[in-house]
Design a protein around this ligand. Sequence first.
Ligand SMILES: NC(=O)c1ccc[n+]([C@@H]2O[C@H](COP(=O)([O-])OP(=O)(O)OC[C@H]3O[C@@H](n4cnc5c(N)ncnc54)[C@H](O)[C@@H]3O)[C@@H](O)[C@H]2O)c1
Length: 255
Amino acid sequence: MTGVSLSARLEGRVIFLTGAASGIGAAIARRCVAEGAAVICADLNGAAVEALADELGAQGLGVTCDVTEAASVEAAVAAGLARFGRLDGLVHNAAAPSPDGSVLDLTAAQWASEIGVNLTGAFLTCKSAFPAMIAAGGGSAVMIASQFAQVATAKSVAYCAAKAGLVHLAKAMAVDHAADGIRVNSLSPGAVATSRLLQRWPDLAAADEGLGPDYLLGRIGQPDEIAAAAAFLLSPDASFVTGTDLLADGGYAVR
Ligand SMILES: NC(=O)c1ccc[n+]([C@@H]2O[C@H](COP(=O)([O-])OP(=O)(O)OC[C@H]3O[C@@H](n4cnc5c(N)ncnc54)[C@H](O)[C@@H]3O)[C@@H](O)[C@H]2O)c1
């Protein structure tokens, strides 16, 4: 976001964002507010999301929320509506640390947990938020997936399957809700410098050095680069874009 002159293309819009407390989610929250939106920042990590909302000021609301629990998501959406009075967009970005493993390695509980946060979380978020978006005359929904929705990687069966499911869920919802004025897309990042990478790498410099050569651009991405793509999909600039997957992966999946 630094050095870029931002427009006010999200002025007056209210966006519900899951997994807002850190990494890509926090970058999306900051970008949306910088472009004029109000953001309901929902996350399991209540303290971190409150701190982010404090930073965002009047255009931010922090809500503790577990996207795997229907009542929790409904309460978070209701809190957002009570504060801002409308809803024009949502981003489902929440993800828990993913279990490494093949189908033989993972337990059924690990599988269910990964599907729960990524995929069921998206279902519950859209189910709770869409009625208010329809009441507002429509809006834009963005599912944060992964390049591993398009191409597979080793020992990540649950993550690959959950993210591929998210991409197709976006398409199916785009079909159902076009007539409501809701555009639904997925956004698939390649590796991005967040604490998520520290599951497998000692630090972000090591992650960049190790993973960078797999990317056409020779490096991993930054959270702000994904936030810029999310802001585009949320904005009127993407008014003719629905039911698609936007790869923001530095060219990882092209070969
Ligand atoms: N960082 C990457 O390399 C990368 C690459 C491709 C896709 N992604 C995707 O981008 C998204 C954000 O990833 P990140 O790297 O910023 O990770 P992150 O761990 O920094 O952020 C994820 C957030 O989700 C929250 N969360 C976890 N479980 C939750 C739940 N049940 N309910 C509500 N919130 C919950 C966490 O508290 C955290 O704040 C994820 O969907 C991830 O799969 C990340």
